[in-house]
Ligand binder design. Sequence first.
Ligand SMILES: Cc1cc2nc3c(=O)[nH]c(=O)nc-3n(C[C@H](O)[C@H](O)[C@H](O)COP(=O)(O)OP(=O)(O)OC[C@H]3O[C@@H](n4cnc5c(N)ncnc54)[C@H](O)[C@@H]3O)c2cc1C
Length: 386
Amino acid sequence: MTERIVVVGASLAGVHAAEELRAGGFLGQLVLLSAENEIPYDRPPLSKAFLAGGLGETELALRPADAYAALGIELWLGAQAAGLDAASRRVRTADGEVLPFDGLVIATGSRPRWPAGLPRLDGMYTLRTAADARALAADFARSPSVAVLGGGFIGAEVAATARKLGLDVTLLEAAPSLMERGLGRELGDVAVGIHRDNGVDVRCGASVVGATGSGRVDGLLLADGSRVAADVVVVGVGNEPVTDWLADSGLELADGVVCDEFCATAVPGIVAAGDVARWRHPRHGLMRTEHHANAVEQGMAAARTLLGAREPFAPVGYVWSDQYEHKIHTLGFRRPGDEARMLAPGLTGFVRDGRLVAAAGIDARRELMRLRGTIDQGGPCPARTG
Ligand SMILES: Cc1cc2nc3c(=O)[nH]c(=O)nc-3n(C[C@H](O)[C@H](O)[C@H](O)COP(=O)(O)OP(=O)(O)OC[C@H]3O[C@@H](n4cnc5c(N)ncnc54)[C@H](O)[C@@H]3O)c2cc1C
């Protein structure tokens, strides 16, 4: 009988898993461990409305503070899991507490990478937590010049928010255009134009090799020998899954917690979800993805597996980003080598072996969503319409 389920990580995947466990009829003890000291909150606003000062602390919360107790979920704040013994089914916290469990959901998410060799001076940030966003917002309030290192989704969003706040912004990206991994070259170039029109100094093909300043950063050095002056630097060069606490657990780790198509590890009763999970997508094979919709849906799917369901987790893949007044969306899972085809103005399809496997749009949500079924089934790529 399952008497105690422990969920490690109280963010999107963990909170949705805990709620789904209750919705699915689990009546036993349910403990939700959070390494953070504040009630679970949403991350997308951290680079957008919350950073801009347009969203309050209460609105950032995923649920009202009393929602957890109402569902009989024991939310342990400031309780970092420090180790797992999968064989004896025990989680150990950093405070030395040992928690035996019958079921375990691993939902420890991901953390920002820091470029090798780049010093970490005052005024240099990554953006993952509400605390990061508060500190960055306080620095932005001093009207600094800002350099953003990395033109992926988060870097581009931070650049847009900083411009909204009237700051001088330089956006540095090593690739030839922005958000290219998700959008492809042509739409990436459209994004470059949008940022330039909004006053960002976008420099693609720019490789950052160092930072200057004594104590506090005052600039970044580029491989071509030039220097970009900046009072604040935001680094957004990708994430890594948080699995260090699982090093001796006996679970298979390979850029994430390796799971089958049901989000289950090889150890019965242990599942993983969200940014930390590398699961076997029935159509795309082993994969890990770091996006909001996936964390929500996979948290719920992993919980159902724990309760005995046998439904493969096979999402279509959906990402959104807001920059200025523009809405950016992607569907599907694009791989390097997929052929990009412009399907309409602002809409690109990605084709593999003649099948439409992904698409991306800027201000083209309706048109993009019409492709959802085709992408899900790997159908033929439609003809260009505009
Ligand atoms: C600034 C920002 C903007 C974003 N914007 C978008 C967007 O516009 N669209 C989109 O699709 N996605 C966006 N994302 C991505 C999305 O927010 C993530 O994919 C999502 O938060 C992943 O949820 P998760 O629960 O898997 O992991 P996380 O949100 O990373 O949460 C993991 C939690 O586990 C905790 N934890 C870690 N280790 C331990 C431990 N040992 N013990 C206990 N707790 C632990 C962490 O403190 C954290 O609270 C954004 C992310 C960020 C950071």
